[in-house]
Design a protein around this ligand. Structure first.
Ligand code: HEC
Length: 156
């Protein structure tokens, strides 16, 4: 009995750790710079939470669905937003140094966050500690749920 209870205790710890892991399960994909660049956007206000020069990349699976419309996206679809400093050069705004990469990967493991795993990596590729539910999912859920949590529209 004691052992059974102890086992249950361990299992519930493992399960909750598993859930947290699932929600955050998004590895920065190697070679994403060779994916299709689908969009850029500049948020010049440094006090904005999403400040920076953004370049968005989509892998092949995501691209097919993005071009077709609103989803749902198949498992394995992935997007990366690379954030750069906004550099002003002679009246032009361009990308400065890398700030971070934000990743979304579609996986059944991420059922707690709408089927997309979220992750953020610093300029050196080190994972940043971010509450992906509050810091990522809640905004994507509130504003982009109708398009399977993806904001961007394909621009030819
Ligand atoms: C305040 C709302 C908000 C929050 C919080 C947020 N995002 Fe987004 N996200 C956006 C918007 C708006 C876009 C479209 C940006 C663009 O077009 O450049 C976007 C785009 C993306 C994309 C490209 C796919 C798409 O939806 O177009 C990824 C990947 C992404 N975000 C990951 C993240 C991650 C990881 C986090 C958590 C660290 C996060 N986002 C937090 C609003 C948000």
């Amino acid at each position: 009995m004691k052992t059974a209870l102890a086992t249950l205790g361990v299992m519930s710890i493992l399960c909750s750790a598993g859930l947290a892991f699932a929600a955050e399960f998004a590895v920065l994909p190697k070679g994403f710079r060779m994916w299709t660049h689908t969009k850029s956007m500049v948020i010049p206000d440094k006090s904005h939470g999403l400040y920076g020069f953004h370049n968005i990349y989509a892998n092949k699976k995501a691209l097919t669905t993005l071009k077709a419309g609103n989803g749902p996206y198949p498992d394995g679809s992935a997007f990366v937003v690379s954030f750069y400093e906004v550099k002003n050069e002679g009246g032009a705004s361009t990308q400065g140094a890398k700030i971070m990469d934000a990743v979304m990967v579609k996986t059944p493991k991420a059922s707690a966050t709408g089927g997309w795993a979220y992750g953020v990596y610093d300029a050196k590729g080190k994972r940043k500690a971010v509450d992906v539910v509050k810091g990522c999912y809640e905004c994507h859920n509130a504003q982009a749920k109708a398009t399977d949590y993806i904001f961007e529209k394909y621009i030819d």
